[in-house]
Design a protein around this ligand. Sequence first.
Ligand SMILES: *[C@@H]1O[C@H](CO)[C@@H](O)[C@H](O)[C@H]1NC(C)=O
Ligand SMILES: *[C@@H]1O[C@H](CO)[C@@H](O)[C@H](O)[C@H]1NC(C)=O
Ligand SMILES: *[C@@H]1O[C@H](CO)[C@@H](O)[C@H](O)[C@H]1NC(C)=O
Ligand SMILES: *[C@@H]1O[C@H](CO)[C@@H](O)[C@H](O)[C@H]1NC(C)=O
Ligand SMILES: *[C@@H]1O[C@H](CO)[C@@H](O)[C@H](O)[C@H]1NC(C)=O
Ligand SMILES: *[C@@H]1O[C@H](CO)[C@@H](O)[C@H](O)[C@H]1NC(C)=O
Ligand SMILES: *[C@@H]1O[C@H](CO)[C@@H](O)[C@H](O)[C@H]1NC(C)=O
Ligand SMILES: *[C@@H]1O[C@H](CO)[C@@H](O)[C@H](O)[C@H]1NC(C)=O
Ligand SMILES: *[C@@H]1O[C@H](CO)[C@@H](O)[C@H](O)[C@H]1NC(C)=O
Ligand SMILES: *[C@@H]1O[C@H](CO)[C@@H](O)[C@H](O)[C@H]1NC(C)=O
Ligand SMILES: *[C@@H]1O[C@H](CO)[C@@H](O)[C@H](O)[C@H]1NC(C)=O
Length: 415
Amino acid sequence: MTMRPQQQSCFMTILMLFGLVQIGIARDLRNVTEPKTPQTCTYLKATGGDDTAVIQKALDSCAKGKAVALASGTFFSGPINIPSGVSLLVDEGVTLKAIPNPKLFDAGLKTCGTIDNSGFGCKALITMVGAKGSGIYGKGIIDGQGGENMTGTNTTWWRLTILASRQGKFQNNPRLIQINDSTDITVYQITLTSSPFYHLTSSKTNGFTVWGIFINSSHANRNTDGIDPTGSQNVTIAHCNISTVDDNIAISALIAPARHISIYNNFLNHGNGLAIGSWTVFGVSDVTFSNLTLNSLTYGIYIKSDTKNGGLVSNITYDNICIYRTRYPITLDMFYYNHTGNRTPSFKNIFLKNVRIGTTGSYILHGISDSDPIQVNMTDVHVAKGSTWSVSHAKIEGVYKDDNAGRHCRQNGNI
Ligand SMILES: *[C@@H]1O[C@H](CO)[C@@H](O)[C@H](O)[C@H]1NC(C)=O
Ligand SMILES: *[C@@H]1O[C@H](CO)[C@@H](O)[C@H](O)[C@H]1NC(C)=O
Ligand SMILES: *[C@@H]1O[C@H](CO)[C@@H](O)[C@H](O)[C@H]1NC(C)=O
Ligand SMILES: *[C@@H]1O[C@H](CO)[C@@H](O)[C@H](O)[C@H]1NC(C)=O
Ligand SMILES: *[C@@H]1O[C@H](CO)[C@@H](O)[C@H](O)[C@H]1NC(C)=O
Ligand SMILES: *[C@@H]1O[C@H](CO)[C@@H](O)[C@H](O)[C@H]1NC(C)=O
Ligand SMILES: *[C@@H]1O[C@H](CO)[C@@H](O)[C@H](O)[C@H]1NC(C)=O
Ligand SMILES: *[C@@H]1O[C@H](CO)[C@@H](O)[C@H](O)[C@H]1NC(C)=O
Ligand SMILES: *[C@@H]1O[C@H](CO)[C@@H](O)[C@H](O)[C@H]1NC(C)=O
Ligand SMILES: *[C@@H]1O[C@H](CO)[C@@H](O)[C@H](O)[C@H]1NC(C)=O
Ligand SMILES: *[C@@H]1O[C@H](CO)[C@@H](O)[C@H](O)[C@H]1NC(C)=O
């Protein structure tokens, strides 16, 4: 979700004596190594027509522990469901394209491809529900065709998003990959592009490894988030290259806690930011972001919430992060969209270590009250000279240096 933070009148609170707790195990508790592609049960060749039924049948009859390989050509498909234990492999040179027909994706309400007040009318292109040990592998491409006209219309999925936004309503567009209530899920090497809506979302999933994937959607439209783990635990996102238009990564906790998450060696090259929130109701904790390069984003390090969807965000470490050409390099904001309610957010034990910002920007730390201020520890934080700061109800332990040291770190990613 894209939003400019409010500019409110502020006062600075920079304290040197604030005692933050040293954090415990702020990472994925599993020992995660580079995934291995499973053996193949069936090889499929694209027919040029609608391959949905062929792919689904192959998945349903594949032995557990093995993968259905899309082995050659360009496949066109409606929604498919990956069963427990089975994987989908899209080989190098192969593309799986979503057929832009809203009827195929309708979730039963006959609203897919229309504008309404909810936006939940479509199935995803690829769904896993209650799966264990399933995955998506291969160096091929999964293309959501968000920029194509929906069948029988002169309107693309992305255009529908713009029209909905103008009316203050929601588009009913398919997500690319939705993983719910699952365990031990892997997404490896694949390229995801042009999703009509979010690219890769997990909900209440424990054990989720996303490794070496490429999201190439800098030409897309809003709501095309890259990777969104929500209410999920034991999550690793590593060695990925993510270019999109909305949040590159967004960790949230609307229906369950989000904790034990490791995000490392990724390159975020275009997009709205590296986000936590805005839903933090069940708490986001024990997250480490390390070895990341953020280039040409709207927001960089971004924790957003509000009193409508607030909760505890705690034990979050950012270590070895380089940020360039980003308007808001660090934003910790409790006034997201000015939504109000009675769930007050709390941001505590936020550690920024070895963070270098190479270009000027606006820094915003807006807490709600001095009785429960944002708590952030800054160690070895270097910002560009000429940047502006707006801080209210925040206690900063340590200092940042405006010494331009960020100009010297690698700008092409650490992946
Ligand atoms: C701030 O973080 C640094 C480095 O992690 C640590 O040495 C220091 O003790 C922390 N300060 C507090 C008050 O927690
Ligand atoms: C944060 O870490 C501290 C120290 O390890 C621990 O006592 C606390 O329970 C953690 N908080 C959360 C919400 O996990
Ligand atoms: C991870 O590896 C360490 C060191 O080898 C080991 O002590 C620990 O038990 C392992 N944890 C898990 C969950 O396998
Ligand atoms: C996270 O991983 C650890 C280590 O494998 C395991 O003990 C724990 O149960 C997992 N947590 C969840 C919620 O699955
Ligand atoms: C799409 O546009 C063409 C030409 O611009 C027009 O002839 C056609 O009727 C339109 N189709 C729909 C479904 O609006
Ligand atoms: C969608 O339809 C309109 C009107 O026919 C056309 O101008 C436009 O090029 C089409 N867009 C795509 C992506 O095919
Ligand atoms: C997946 O979970 C989300 C809640 O995070 C829910 O809105 C969606 O309907 C679920 N999808 C499926 C296919 O179960
Ligand atoms: C990125 O995606 C666009 C549109 O799908 C495609 O034309 C382009 O070749 C892709 N770039 C790379 C480097 O894969
Ligand atoms: C981050 O980079 C440092 C220095 O290259 C390396 O020692 C460390 O293992 C990396 N961290 C991760 C989680 O890969
Ligand atoms: C939020 O409220 C502030 C202060 O009242 C105002 O300046 C700002 O424009 C509001 N932001 C939005 C998105 O409504
Ligand atoms: C990441 O992808 C972009 C295209 O979106 C490409 O220009 C860049 O070289 C890639 N970076 C790495 C480190 O792979």
